[in-house]
Design a protein around this ligand. Sequence first.
Ligand code: ZN
Length: 292
Amino acid sequence: MNTDAYYKRIKSLFRPEQLRLKRAIVVGAGSGGSRVATELGRLGLPLTLIDLPGEKLEEHNILRHELGYASLGKSKVEELARHIHNLNPETPITCAELDVAMDRVEFKRLIQSQQPDILIAATDNYESKHILNEDAMAFGLPVVGAGVYDGGIAGECYITRPGGACFACLVTHLQLQDLAPKRSARDIDYSNLELKELQSTAALNLDIAQIALIQSRVVLNLLLDGATDLIGVPPEVNLIVFANRRVPGHFERPLHAEFIHFDRVPDCLVCSSQCASEIDREASRIIGALNS
Ligand SMILES: [Zn+2]
């Protein structure tokens, strides 16, 4: 790989070495996560890719996934790493098959070993995002998450930072679940394909990719930390809602983004100072147990 030639067209925007000492953990290697990981990985950002144990690319994934038929029946995270390495052979990538909702100790162990600068929530349900939120608060990590509303009409990209509004605060304000697909992690039987299909968000690839690119941009902006501003909105913005199309009553303008800031909810059960310190103590206890 000729690094100078490879990065030639972006060198006026930022220096690739600004990303080489950072790391992002991407939770979810589905249609959104695969796209975010690819966009960031091609720029050389070290990545840790996580998806559910045994999660393989199936034919119904391909219409909306970064991977294609060559990866059919193969591990999503392993194939995604191969795909990214085809675009940038020098990107450091670690793969893990892990259910972050079910195996929280292992997820904490992974965070501790990988030392990420940011968590990327690319799962397709609110329950796992709540769990990521709690772990991010405990480790003092920012999270950039995204979701596509049912029908692909729009999507959201949220940013949480230590000390600011957490995901639970944002959800309390917005009740965006009303527009998200209805499901419960407890109800999902990952071995039951038919049920999984029923619970999958109906959306086109172009609906999902639009939101995933916004998510990628936000992650990049945070990691570049002011060296290059790829968005140009105030840093306190913690929610971007993008309308893919006009939906009277919900979104009056198509292809339009709203930039929103929400304060912390004072009595938020996750990030209020009392609870946060309790979570910190719990994280310390678990880390202590892991090290002993
Ligand atoms: Zn909160």
